[in-house]
Design a protein around this ligand. Structure first.
Ligand code: UD1
Length: 376
């Protein structure tokens, strides 16, 4: 079985790494890796290949940045001849970025079966580009691998046959568990002069938070308030950096680069690699984020997480984890941050099947298809 795996943007890399590793253990499966190049900076892509020991891509499409239509179209245009040439038995896509949807659309038009890993998640918010990517990708996929029970419910409500849905757990947590021994000894805290449990981490990149000046200003002011109690570490996504630069002077307390001592303030820095970031999050007292994946990672690491969005497509991180979805109003952020900092951390068991073995379950399903003679 020739499986053509697709990655494009930062949150894809930690999902594909354990899958490729698992596929390579089975002689009946030949994995190929295509990198669309949606993310192309070393800090957004190359560092993750290294940290996660992902083999170099067999094909790079180098699509780069663009509007949604341009980026989607470029992936489709450049992916089509690769699929025609390679004729894989299966195209495997992960997550919900533009590259995920574009690769799935290209494959379905060539009648190539598709597996979607992290299927069924729904925020219910169609203004989020990822929500459209999720709906379209799931609609054309043949194997829907879900991370949590809400995924199954959402897919069945959309009319997907139960036989196509597989609850397998979370491949992102496979990466987290497989690399614990690597990020455990990271020197990140020492380099930043931080003490375990005495700082917060924040990330922001959703268009709804960073493309609107008023919202972004309110968020930065809230972070500066939180930083009166403990240092806030802020690795900045390129989209957010551009928006902050356009806003001009943001006042004292927010500075680029780490200070020599862990003085309180918002310490902005370039995006950091997977191992350093995991170490930073695992040892933090609090995380404030609008990322999807970080809601899952903090749940497993037992670190309180405030999600600065109006909704989440990952409700299990609220019902079984440490996540609170609080929106982006400064008043609410300050109340919730104070509450989180004043409440002792309670360790919780991870959600069902978030045990580091999701990739094994996925590859087992694929091998069963070979046994059944599904592929020639
Ligand atoms: C994309 C995903 C989002 C994911 C996020 C993680 C979509 C619709 N969005 O959003 O779901 O959570 O990645 O980061 O697919 N840029 C660089 N260097 C890079 C990549 C991007 O400077 O390596 C800059 C470019 O100016 C680009 C902007 O960042 O225009 C946004 O990149 P893009 O891939 O369009 O979307 P993200 O906001 O990164």
């Amino acid at each position: 079985m020739k499986v053509l795996n697709v990655v494009g943007a930062r949150p894809n890399f930690m999902k594909i790494a354990p899958l490729i590793r698992e596929m390579r253990k089975h002689p009946g499966i030949t994995p190929l890796l295509v990198h669309t190049g949606q993310h192309y900076d070393v800090k957004m892509a190359g560092q993750f290949f290294e940290d996660l020991q992902i083999p170099l891509p067999d094909v790079s499409l180098d699509v780069g940045s663009g509007t949604h239509a341009v980026q989607t179209a470029e992936v489709m245009k450049r992916m089509e001849p690769i699929l025609v040439r390679e004729r894989p038995d299966l195209v495997l896509v992960v997550g919900d970025v533009n590259s995920t949807m574009a690769a799935a659309l290209t494959a379905v038009k060539l009648h190539i079966p598709i597996a979607h890993v992290e299927a069924g998640l729904r925020s219910g918010d169609r203004t989020m580009p990822e929500e459209i990517n999720r709906i379209v990708t799931d609609a054309v996929s043949d194997y829907l691998f879900v991370t949590e029970e809400s995924g199954t419910r959402n897919l069945m409500a959309e009319g997907v046959a139960k036989s196509k849905i597989f609850e397998v757990g979370n491949v992102m947590i496979d990466s987290l568990e497989a690399s614990r021994r690597l990020w455990g000894p990271s020197t990140m805290l020492g380099r930043l002069g931080l003490q375990r449990g005495h700082y917060a981490v924040t990330t922001l990149h959703r268009p709804s938070n960073v493309d609107n000046v008023t919202v972004l200003k309110g968020l930065v002011q809230s972070l500066l308030e939180v930083a009166r109690r403990l240092p806030v570490i802020f690795p900045i996504h390129p989209r957010t950096k551009k928006a902050l630069e356009a806003m001009g002077d943001l006042g004292p307390g927010l500075y680029f680069g780490a200070p020599p001592t862990p003085a309180n303030g918002v310490h902005c820095m370039d995006p950091i690699g997977y191992l350093d970031f995991m170490s930073l999050v695992a040892n933090a007292r609090l995380v404030l984020t609008d990322s999807g994946g970080i809601q899952e990672e903090t749940t497993v690491l037992g670190v309180p997480c405030l999600t600065l969005r109006e909704n989440t497509e990952r409700p299990i991180t609220v019902t079984h984890g440490t996540n609170r979805v609080i929106g982006s109003s400064p008043k609410r952020i300050l109340e919730e941050a104070a509450n989180a900092l004043d409440t002792p951390i309670r360790p919780l068991p991870p959600p069902p099947l978030w045990d580091g073995h999701a990739s094994e379950r996925i590859v087992k399903v694929l091998r069963e298809q070979i046994r059944l003679g599904w592929v020639a």
